[in-house]
Design a protein around this ligand. Structure first.
Ligand code: HEM
Length: 218
């Protein structure tokens, strides 16, 4: 889902919210160290905490599909389409289809493309590619789903992500809820957010949103 949300540009902000640099993703791929040295990391952190992401959907910016390269033996380069790689990885690790996965996590399988997405263009394109909704793979199908209410992903990804994070923290003896902290410390930790941390510490206080990564109405 992250690959669908990446923007084609990134910016840096000063402490008054002014843009101090803008660079394309393609530029960022190739001169990150230079930019960081010239501007420091602070402008970038201010920007990524308040910038909009691209929507979570089946579309991805061009730089991730056309501008990634891997060196080949002999000096040649291989152009890599990151989304094609993601789809290939589904087979590599043996993931079930969208409907198989939905059944496995207690959701009803889709019986039509219209049930999967309300976007008529996507319905048609998916039908042309997959033929039957039962053939839709988990990655593309999960990205195509209507978003769950209040969420930036559809119900399948929502459930997978929630299950994984729950298992991760339940199994982590260092997670703060598993450490029997005293009530005062537990309450201080539970009210600590990344946005508040940015506001309270370092040089991000003026324009850092209290809820990092959420927009004012989000
Ligand atoms: C400019 C932005 C990004 C670039 C260039 C990038 C690039 C890559 C590359 C090259 C891989 C390995 C592909 C492979 O050979 O299997 C990868 C995997 C992955 N990326 Fe990204 N990525 C970006 C952003 C993100 C974001 C924003 C997220 C999540 C919020 C993310 C999540 C992941 C995950 C979970 C994998 C592992 C997938 C797997 O298990 O096969 N990526 N990414």
């Amino acid at each position: 889902m992250g690959h669908s949300e990446v923007s084609d540009t990134q910016e840096g902000l000063d402490n008054n919210g002014n843009v101090v640099f803008t660079e394309s993703l393609a530029q960022a791929f190739f001169n990150t160290a230079e930019i960081d040295e010239a501007n420091g990391i602070d402008p970038l952190i201010r920007s990524v905490g308040s910038d909009f992401s691209q929507a979570t959907d089946v579309y991805t910016v061009g730089a991730l599909r056309n501008l990634r390269f891997a060196g080949l033996v002999g000096g040649d380069v291989d152009e890599m389409d990151l989304i094609a790689i993601d789809i290939q990885r589904e087979s590599d690790v043996g993931l079930g289809s969208l409907n198989e996965t939905r059944r496995a996590i207690g959701l009803n399988p889709y019986s039509s493309f219209a049930e999967l997405t309300s976007d008529p263009i996507l319905q048609k394109n998916f039908e042309a590619i997959y033929g039957n909704v039962a053939n839709v793979d988990l990655f593309m199908g999960g990205l195509a789903e209507k978003h769950a209410s209040g969420a930036v992903v559809g119900p399948t990804f929502q459930k997978i992500i929630a299950n994984q994070f729950e298992a991760l923290r339940t199994g982590d003896r260092f997670f703060w809820l598993n450490q029997n902290f005293n009530p005062q410390l537990a309450s201080a930790i539970s009210s600590t957010t990344l946005g508040r941390h940015h506001q309270a510490k370092h040089r991000y206080h003026r324009h850092a949103p209290a809820k990092c990564f959420l927009t004012a109405d989000g």
